[in-house]
Design a protein around this ligand. Structure first.
Ligand code: EPU
Length: 335
C-alpha cells in the first residue's frame, strides 16, 4: 500500500476534473483499509472514499485523505446469490452475470462506476433499480471499525436514495454487495425505448443478452462516454411533483412528459425542463450541457469543477424561475 502526497485526482473522477488530494492511497484488502484508517497521522483529516468516481464533482483540491477502494472478487454463493466486492466495475459484473446465466441486471448495463457505489444511490435505468436485485451488503463503520450488515429494508432505498446518502452519510465504507439474481431468462422490456430498439432489430422474444445489447446501444447513442467527454451521467434527479404543482406546467405545456409516481404525484423528466429552459447543447468554453441529453453536464477538457457547479446553479435557478420547480442535484459536490 503506497501513500501519495499532492496526488492528481483527474484519473479518478469521470468528469476528469484535475484537482489534487493532499494524501491518496489505493486499498485492495480490508486489512489495508483498517491500517490506513487507524493510522494516527490521518485520524483527524477529512476523508473521501472513491470508487469509480462517476457521481462526483470536485470544485477544489481535497485537503485530506482520498482512499481509492479497489477490493476485488465475485463469489457465486449458489441459488442466484452473488457476493461482489465493492471495487468491481459495475458493467463488468453485469457482463459476468449474463455469461454465467444469472439475470435481472441486464437493464442496468453500461452504468459507470463500481459495485460499492451502486447501493449508495440505488442506481436505476430502464425500469429496473438496484433494490430489485439487492440481498444485503457489508459496510465498514468508520468510527468503530466494526463491520455491519444491511438488508434491503435497513438501506431504505428510494429513487436515487439510501441511508448512505442521508442519515449515514460519511459514516460507512461499503465493502461488498450480495445480489439475488434470477436463473430464469424473463426480461423487462416495458421501458418504451427498449422495445423500440428490439423491434427495429426484429427481435420478438428477447433474451437478457438482447436486452443488455439494446441498453448498451441506447446509452451509447444518447450519453457521452466519460473516456471521451468528461461527465457524470444525470446531474440532476427527476423532480417528483404534487398534482397541484404539476397542473400549471401541464396547462402551459400540453406536451410535458410525466410518469405516475406514488399517489397524487408525478415524476417529470428534468431533461425536458432543462431543454425547455433553453440549456440543451449550450457550451460555455470548455464545459456545457450535452447536446443529446440535457440532464448531462460535460467537461470538454480542462474545465474547472467550480465552473460546472456554477452552470448547475444557473440551470437550477432558470428552471425554478420558468416552471417553479426546484431541481435537486444527483451528483456529489465536493467544495
Ligand atoms: N428528454 C428531453 N430532453 C432531453 C432528454 C430527455 O426532453 O435532452 C425527455 C424526453 O421526453 C424523454 C424523457 O425526458 O422521453 C426521459 O428521458 P430518458 O429516457 O433519457 O431518461 P431520464 O429521465 O432523462 C433517467 C435516469 C438515467 C437513466 C434513464 C433511463 C435519472 C436522474 N436519470 O434519465 O440515469 O439512464 O432514466 O432509465 O433518473 C444516471 O443516473 O446517470 C442516468 C443516466
Amino acid at each position: 500500500m503506497q501513500l501519495h502526497e499532492n496526488h492528481s485526482l483527474a484519473a479518478y473522477n469521470t468528469f476528469g476534473i484535475d484537482v489534487k488530494a493532499d494524501f491518496f492511497v489505493k486499498v485492495q484488502h480490508l486489512s489495508e483499509l483498517k491500517l490506513i484508517l487507524s493510522n494516527p497521522l490521518y485520524l483527524r483529516l477529512p476523508k473521501l472514499f472513491l470508487g469509480g468516481g462517476s457521481n462526483i464533482l470536485f470544485c477544489s483540491d481535497f485537503k485530506g485523505l482520498v482512499v481509492h477502494l479497489e477490493l476485488k472478487g465475485i463469489e457465486d454463493l449458489g441459488d442466484g446469490l452473488i457476493k461482489v466486492q465493492a471495487g468491481e466495475n459495475w458493467h463488468h459484473f453485469v457482463l459476468w452475470s449474463l455469461s454465467k446465466g444469472y439475470f435481472g441486471i441486464e437493464n442496468l448495463s453500461l452504468i459507470p462506476g463500481n459495485v460499492g457505489a451502486a447501493p449508495m444511490q440505488n442506481i436505476g435505468a430502464y425500469g429496473v433499480e438496484l433494490k430489485d436485485v439487492f440481498e444485503h451488503l457489508e459496510a465498514y463503520h468508520i468510527a468503530t471499525g466494526e463491520i455491519h450488515n444491511f438488508d434491503c429494508a435497513s438501506c431504505r432505498f428510494g429513487y436515487r436514495e439510501s441511508v448512505f446518502k442521508n442519515i449515514h452519510k460519511g459514516a460507512y465504507v461499503i465493502l461488498s454487495v450480495t445480489f439475488k439474481l434470477r436463473c430464469n431468462a424473463n426480461v423487462d422490456t416495458d421501458y418504451g425505448i427498449i422495445s423500440e430498439v428490439l423491434n427495429n432489430r426484429g427481435i420478438l422474444t428477447p433474451t437478457p443478452k438482447d436486452v443488455s445489447d439494446a441498453v448498451i446501444f441506447i446509452r451509447e447513442s444518447k450519453l457521452p462516454d466519460p473516456k471521451e467527454i468528461g461527465n457524470s451521467g444525470s446531474f440532476f434527479k427527476n423532480p417528483v411533483l404534487s398534482l397541484s404543482d404539476f397542473e400549471p406546467i401541464k396547462k402551459n405545456h400540453a406536451d410535458v412528459p410525466f410518469y405516475p409516481s406514488g399517489t397524487g404525484q408525478v415524476k417529470v423528466p428534468a431533461a425536458w425542463l432543462i431543454e425547455k429552459a433553453g440549456w440543451k447543447g449550450k457550451r460555455i468554453g470548455n464545459y456545457g450541457v450535452h447536446e443529446k441529453q440535457a440532464l448531462v453536464l460535460v467537461n470538454y477538457g480542462g474545465a474547472k469543477g467550480s465552473d460546472i457547479y456554477k452552470l448547475a446553479l444557473d440551470i437550477q435557478s432558470s428552471v425554478e424561475n420558468q416552471f417553479g420547480v426546484h431541481l435537486n442535484m444527483e451528483v456529489n459536490i465536493i467544495h
